[in-house]
Design a protein around this ligand. Structure first.
Ligand code: FAD
Length: 501
């Protein structure tokens, strides 16, 4: 770094996402006199609003994008710096920004998030969705599309297949069931009929769709269609600048060029073998296409199940890669297997005075038996908040212990218009064969799955308005032996809340 250092800040936070902003808020409220810098790539920051603690560990909130000046107005000791960080020198405790300015720090927290793991780089027909700009680019391309292929089985793919209308969707998932990141095959079967039903009007109760227990064969496909009736939604209107928050797609009309409603075909247990253009196809006569694909699609995708689909574009929704790149060169960060910056139970990386929080980091402390890291809004907020507390505690020489929020994994969200609550080892993660499952399912209404290990409740998936989250959360936290209750635990005629009072 040849440039002269402009200023040294007591605390420097890189990244204006949920983790970074929450870290700034926490530090500013704990040490109001501290000199804090927030360096972020964009002119807008993400703010958590309408925060609600639903139970001991479950929380709900909205995410809004706001000009960074709003944050500076709130915290007089905060300086927001643009543009992005280009490099970091942990020895001299300095960062250089893309415009060549150099700033010093005493304590640094890297909250630079992640970027979509794209199937291929620099292919105009392969889109990833990460921020408002990429969501709007997706919306624009979708408005002209007749068929798209969505690759991936996580939360973004789940939301997209449900939300996209007026366009055929081929959904390629590598697992035996949809939503494998969040559910087992039973929950997937519960949700799948929603893909063939009309979407209910916003805030309306769910329709009861047809239920099928048929499992798709390996490598097979399933198709679901729903005719679009007049739905009273304004298909031409777009609220520009809406943030990617928990309901990121609500401000954006995800509508293709066709008049039909949803038409989703799922291709199970397959990955992408190759993506090629019509021209490539022309030059490789050995490539055979199914009759419905012959035509003039701009791009083609060959899946490992041997099927090729022509489409307008491919959405790559296969997860995120931590944004560590600008920080690694010349430094000695320990990286985890998923390429995140390793952090200990004080959110500290392996470099002195450097902390990290949110999607960019990997929690490498010894986890509580009921917690795991998932790159989600809630965890970005919790980590940013806890990193702020740790930084302050270290400066003030105060002791600090791992926060209670890392005791039990909990996530509340919505998939296919159903409320979904995930608790603990909800998919029996890491339990091996040493567990038992109890399931209660009412078609179109609720799906309840409990994971028991050694007679104790260690995880649960609650889909629908089950009202069981608090009781189950308590049973998990207090690790009560439930052996004597057996299947009665899920007996719908027993008010379980009273039972355990
Ligand atoms: P980010 O929000 O990614 O913020 C990173 C910040 O760092 C940005 O401001 C960026 O500009 C800045 N930055 C990056 N590099 C630099 C640099 N070199 N210098 C300076 N600044 C830099 N989670 C859920 O819980 N529920 C959901 O329903 C859900 N849906 C999602 C839908 C989509 C489309 C996407 C993309 C994600 C979704 N997620 C969801 C995941 C969630 O968005 C992330 O877990 C969360 O935003 C991570 O927050 P963060 O602060 O770590 O990172």
């Amino acid at each position: 770094m040849a440039h002269k250092k402009e200023k040294t800040f007591q605390f420097m936070i890189v990244g204006g996402g949920i983790a970074g902003v929450t870290c700034v808020e926490q530090l500013s409220s704990q040490i109001p006199s501290a000199d804090i810098a927030l360096i972020t790539a964009g002119s807008h920051i993400k703010a958590v609003t309408n925060y609600k603690q639903v139970s001991k560990t479950l929380e709900e909130f909205d995410v809004e994008e706001r000009p960074s000046s709003v944050l500076e107005a709130r915290f007089p000791n905060l300086t927001v710096i643009h543009p992005a960080v280009k490099s970091l020198n942990t020895q001299s405790h300095t960062v250089e920004t893309a415009d060549g300015r150099v700033f010093g720090y005493e304590k640094l927290c890297i909250c630079s998030g992640g970027r979509p793991k794209l199937l291929t780089q620099d292919n105009p027909y392969v889109l990833g969705i990460r921020d408002t700009d990429s969501a709007q680019a997706f919306q624009k391309q979708l408005s002209k599309a007749k068929r798209i292929v969505i690759v991936g089985n996580g939360g973004i793919a789940l939301e997209l297949v449900y939300e996209v209308e007026g366009c055929e969707v081929i959904w390629a998932v590598k697992d035996k069931a949809i939503g494998n990141t969040f559910f087992d095959a039973g929950a997937a079967q519960f949700l799948i009929p929603s893909l063939e039903a009309d979407k209910p009007e916003r805030a309306a109760p769910c329709r009861r769709p047809r239920y099928t227990t048929e499992e798709p064969a390996a490598g097979a496909s399933q198709t679901f269609t729903a005719d679009r009736n007049s739905r009273g939604r304004d298909s031409g209107h777009t609220e520009s600048g809406s943030a990617l928050g928990p309901d990121w797609h609500e401000g954006i009309v995800l509508r293709g060029a066709e008049q039909v409603s949803r038409r989703v075909s799922v291709e199970y247990e397959c990955e992408v073998e190759k993506i090629f253009t019509a021209e490539d196809l022309h030059n490789s006569p050995q490539q055979t296409l199914r009759p419905e694909n012959v035509g003039t699609w701009p791009v083609y995708i060959l899946l490992t199940n041997g099927k090729t689909f022509g489409c307008d574009f491919v959405v790559s929704a296969t997860g995120v890669v931590p944004n560590t790149e600008p920080f690694l060169h010349g430094n000695n960060f320990a990286l985890a297997d998923d390429a995140g910056l390793q952090v200990d139970d004080h959110m500290m990386t392996s470099e002195p005075d450097v902390y990290a929080a949110g999607d960019v980091c990997t929690a490498c402390w010894e986890h509580s038996p009921l917690w795991q890291q998932m790159r989600l809004w809630t965890q970005a907020r919790q980590m940013g908040w806890y990193a702020g507390r740790c930084m302050a505690a270290h400066v003030l020489s105060e002791p600090i212990e791992l926060d209670f929020c890392f005791e039990l994994f909990s996530h509340i969200t919505k998939f296919f218009n159903y409320k979904v609550v995930l608790l603990g080892k909800f998919n029996a993660q890491g339990l091996g064969p040493n567990h038992e499952l109890l399931v209660r399912c009412t078609k179109g209404q609720e799906y309840v799955k409990v994971v028991l290990s050694g007679g104790k409740m260690v995880g649960a998936v609650l889909i629908g308005e089950t009202d069981l989250e608090e009781t189950f959360e308590n049973l998990m936290l207090n690790q009560m032996d439930l052996t004597q209750y057996g299947e009665e635990l899920l007996n719908p005629n027993i008010d379980i809340e009273d039972y355990f009072d």
